[in-house]
Design a protein around this ligand. Sequence first.
Ligand code: ADP
Ligand code: ADP
Ligand code: ZN
Length: 216
Amino acid sequence: MNIILLGPPGAGKGTQAERLVASRGLVQLSTGDMLRAAADTDTEIGHRVKEIMEQGQLVSDDVMVEMIHERILQPDCKNGFILDGFPRTVVQAEALDAMLEKQGLRLHMVIEMAVEEAALVERITGRFACAKCKHGYHDIFLPTKVPGVCDVCGSTEFTRRKDDKAETVHKRLEAYRAQTMPILPYYEGRGILRRVDGMADIDVVTQEIEAQLNKA
Ligand code: ADP
Ligand code: ADP
Ligand code: ZN
């Protein structure tokens, strides 16, 4: 099954994608993770991407479409994938359709995770991840079981994203409203859009998503 998790920054896309990888054997295609890996390289494109991300703006459609195109051609995507963070513009959504069609693939479902803006700021500013295994946490909503120790791998080192501060969050929410929300009617018109209440507890959201996928 090929699905998209769509929602504003902090909606819980990464958290839920990690669970779907475990429960359904899908591969997670996170363009944010791919871009952060690119931004870590000492290259011209790396520097450019880093600057754009730190300003809370979107990376150009050309770069993004090329990046996801290369990834989707990899053999591990044949068994199904979850797109997390892509598409973010109508141009990207159209390009995705074209590349899937060329390979005889299709999208089965687009799941919109709806969360109120005030909650998003709180989620993003409390977000952190294990430096080693990348498992995601939250200061209040999903802390480690033992303070300072990763539940999954036992590491004691954690990272916070540079763009996860209040000033940048507002820019990112603006980009979501202006550039990403127009994608919703595009998928709604095709009858593949489903909405889940992203305000619910993490486990409840997982159950809602699983219930939708079971109906596909
Ligand atoms: P979040 O988890 O908060 O939604 P992501 O990790 O998906 O954020 O993305 C982080 C940043 O990477 C975005 O603010 C944007 O600058 C860039 N980015 C990620 N995916 C895309 C995309 N599909 N198109 C353009 N920019 C993107
Ligand atoms: P996204 O990938 O959409 O940007 P994340 O999955 O990284 O969002 O979640 C953002 C932060 O909010 C993380 O710290 C995560 O632990 C937390 N979080 C995710 N889902 C929920 C939820 N349903 N309720 C409370 N906190 C959540
Ligand atoms: Zn870990």
